[in-house]
Design a protein around this ligand. Structure first.
Ligand code: FE2
Length: 500
């Protein structure tokens, strides 16, 4: 069967399942399970190793129950895949279940249910990678909600992303799933998102609001392959190939930015692939005009992480954290360079939106680097027209999402905003705020690293002190002088607008 036919069938299946469980009505979100109930919640199906043959699953129950992953083909035929179950573990008052399915067939649509053998979730669906050079995927960031209503608004943006690119094979979430990472917030997240979560393969990226300081919070919400990575205390690092794209996920919570061990892991990882497209995903942004662009961690990324991107021929760096949409022109060595890396701050799918901090421009971020900028500030939405970022478009007041389509040597990024206010007839208003097409000659990347890229406990411990010194060196040697030089502009803006 041709891939286009398979995709169409998978899309039709997804849509019918979505309609079947009443996804499109936010008011129909299920209530959180009560104490002692066996119903699974906080559901996820994630990339875990090779997306052509494996998937990870994680779910929670209030009561201690067995873990059962039921798999069938789209026509209902039972699948005899190998499933490895982790021990059911009590975590913060609930029970965590993890399962890893291996030996799946590439390019195949699977239906699954999660449960205990008696109580199951609604059917979910995923499609394994067929290993050709075409892939479509989505990205969202920073839903960062506390209330059920705001999680539902974020879910509406995710839902709009699915409808905009129904053939998407997975979704990146660039972090800050919640605001305070409490049980109550993750339960709201589950209420708003679970019906969607079982219809997608997710690649999650840890944000600083996702349990920072509570070791393994984030890792315990998803079943990921971190076996060839650096330590995972406040987030996760991992990588995977999908189609002809290599994606490396970097945790920017480590030592409040990135550690030297992570940078070494990232460099080896990116040099260990010959996929045509290389993408880094992380939560914090090196290039931003949001409120966090003025702190040392952003600038450290702008110096240390971009060096790895430059050296390893990275095409895109995707990030979040600053709740606005900003795409740079290609950069190399912190200069404009047509052969450089494009940095995309992916906008927030949530309701917390940041104004432009104009005092950052030409201190921490050269204005000439900007190729697209849309700020989703509440009630007012400015954008960069090349001259004036006070321009406003009411269609830009809403949640942002991004679509990616790769076909051989062509990668197309399209970014959209789902307007908060629907049209008069009640229909959604979805505005394309940015389109970027990159092209390249395929088959050019070579594998130059083949060693063991794991970082042991001792090696990680030995990297902590030098990592702090490296960050401190940037902070006092480069960041502080820049911050002081910026201060008069910051004070002027603060006195006029109250933002800093
Ligand atoms: Fe953040």
């Amino acid at each position: 069967m041709k891939k286009s036919c398979k995709r169409l069938l998978a899309c039709l299946l997804c849509v019918s399942l979505l309609l079947g469980c009443g996804l499109f009505g936010a008011a129909e979100d299920p209530a959180a399970p009560a104490a002692g109930e066996t119903a699974p919640f906080r559901l996820s199906c994630t990339v875990n190793g090779d997306p052509a043959t494996q998937r990870g699953f994680c779910w929670y129950t209030r009561a201690e129950t067995p873990s059962v992953l039921e798999l069938t083909l789209a026509d209902g035929t039972p699948v005899d895949a190998a499933v490895d179950y982790a021990d059911v573990t009590e975590w913060n008052g609930n029970y965590m279940h993890k399962a890893l399915a291996t030996g799946l067939q590439p390019g195949t649509t699977y239906i699954y249910r999660l449960g205990d053998g008696t109580t199951f979730t609604e059917p979910g669906v995923f499609v394994t990678d067929d290993r050709d050079d075409r892939v479509e995927f989505l990205a969202v960031a920073d839903i960062q909600a506390s209330s059920l209503e705001n999680f539902q608004r974020g879910a509406a943006a995710v839902d709009a992303a699915f409808r905009t690119l129904p053939g998407a094979e997975f979704m990146l979430n660039l972090g800050d799933f919640t605001n305070d990472s409490t049980n109550e917030e993750w339960d709201y997240y589950a209420q708003a998102m679970d019906a969607l979560s079982v219809k997608m393969t997710l690649a999650p990226i840890a944000g600083n609001h996702d349990g920072l300081g509570v070791w393994h919070w984030f890792e315990n919400l998803f079943c990921l392959d971190t076996s060839r990575s650096v330590q995972n205390l406040n987030g996760v690092n991992y990588s995977f190939d999908y189609g002809n794209v290599h994606i490396a996920v970097v945790n920017t919570n480590d030592l409040l930015s990135v550690s030297l061990a992570q940078l070494r892991w990232l460099r080896n990882d990116l040099n260990g692939t010959d996929k045509d497209w290389k993408i880094i995903c992380m939560h914090k942004s090196p290039y931003t005009l949001g409120k966090d662009g003025k702190w040392p961690d952003a600038m450290y990324l702008q110096r240390a992480l971009t060096k790895v991107a430059d050296d390893c021929g990275v095409d895109l760096v995707l990030s979040g954290h600053d709740h606005q949409y900003l795409r740079t022109k290609p950069l190399k060595g912190n200069k404009l360079d047509p052969d450089g890396t494009t940095y995309v701050l992916c906008g927030t799918a949530g309701t917390k939106r940041y104004e432009v901090r104009p005092f950052l421009a030409d201190h921490f971020m050269k204005t000439e680097f900007i190729d697209a900028l849309t700020v989703q500030r509440d009630g007012w939405a400015n954008y960069w027209d090349g001259e004036d970022w006070e321009q406003s478009d009411p269609n830009n007041i809403g949640g942002c999402f991004n679509t990616f389509s790769v076909e051989g040597g062509t990668l197309t990024l399209k970014s959209y905003i789902l307007r908060d206010e629907p049209a008069e007839d009640g229909s959604d208003v979805i505005t394309n705020i940015d389109t970027l097409t990159l092209t390249k000659e395929t088959g050019q990347n070579k594998i130059t690293y083949t060693g063991d890229n794991t970082t042991g406990t001792a090696a990680y411990a030995l990297n902590v002190v030098p990592s702090f010194f490296a960050l401190a060196g940037y902070a006092f040697g480069e960041w502080l002088p820049k911050f002081l030089a910026m201060l008069p502009d910051l004070i002027k803006v603060y006195s006029e607008t109250g933002i800093f």
